[in-house]
Design a protein around this ligand. Structure first.
Ligand SMILES: [Zn+2]
Length: 193
């Protein structure tokens, strides 16, 4: 599945306060939704075991998945909207009657340090919901072993992709003076307009 995301290796600012050695093109991953049906079904089965009332996903990619999984399970869908500001934060839409006591599964595309899903869990708990599990298409690097402790809920990755990531201020690639890799180079053979 990681192939669908056209992985590139190098030195990247992951945009979450972390630097890493792997870049995934998540737009390419979602280009043809029918190719994601098997892993989406897998994520749905993992969350079904937790009897969820809703599936929440952080925008962008996580929300696409959460919508598809919620549809399969016949439960509610909650989009996690990025809150403006420097720190990673998410807010949920207003739901008539509230979501207090709802059992919520969180879905995301690629989970690295888990910053986005952790922020979603915080928002869900703040709204009185009960996060019960996180499921992702891909776990990068050591996410699958480190995340359950950080998140406080089970974590189900449909696949794992080897990669390394570091807090930006402790990035060894920066320390070695390695320049950033352009994650989106012009297509080979293309002409510069
Ligand atoms: Zn760096």
């Amino acid at each position: 599945m990681a192939r669908l995301a056209r992985p590139r290796s190098g030195h990247f600012d992951l945009g979450t306060g972390y630097h890493g050695d792997l870049w995934l093109d998540l737009d390419a991953l979602f280009l043809r939704p029918s190719r994601l049906r098997p892993p989406v079904r897998w994520l749905a089965e993992r969350l079904r075991e937790h009897a969820v009332d809703a599936v929440c996903g952080p925008l962008e990619g996580g929300a696409f998945l959460a919508y598809a999984v919620a549809d399969l399970l016949g439960v509610a869908f909650l989009a996690g909207y990025r809150s403006p500001g420097a720190a990673i934060g998410y807010h949920l839409p207003a739901v008539h009657g509230g979501i207090g006591g709802w059992r919520v599964g969180v879905a995301d595309d690629a989970v690295n340090a888990g910053t986005a899903v952790a922020a979603c869990l915080e928002e869900l708990r703040g709204r009185g919901a009960v996060p019960v599990a996180v499921a992702a298409l891909m776990a990068l690097g050591p996410a699958s072993t480190m995340l359950p402790a950080r998140l406080g809920v089970p974590f189900y990755p449909a696949s794992t992709v080897p990669s390394r990531a570091w807090p930006a201020e402790r990035c060894p690639l920066c320390a070695d003076g390695i320049l950033y890799t352009d994650p989106d180079p012009p297509p080979e053979g293309g002409t510069m307009a």
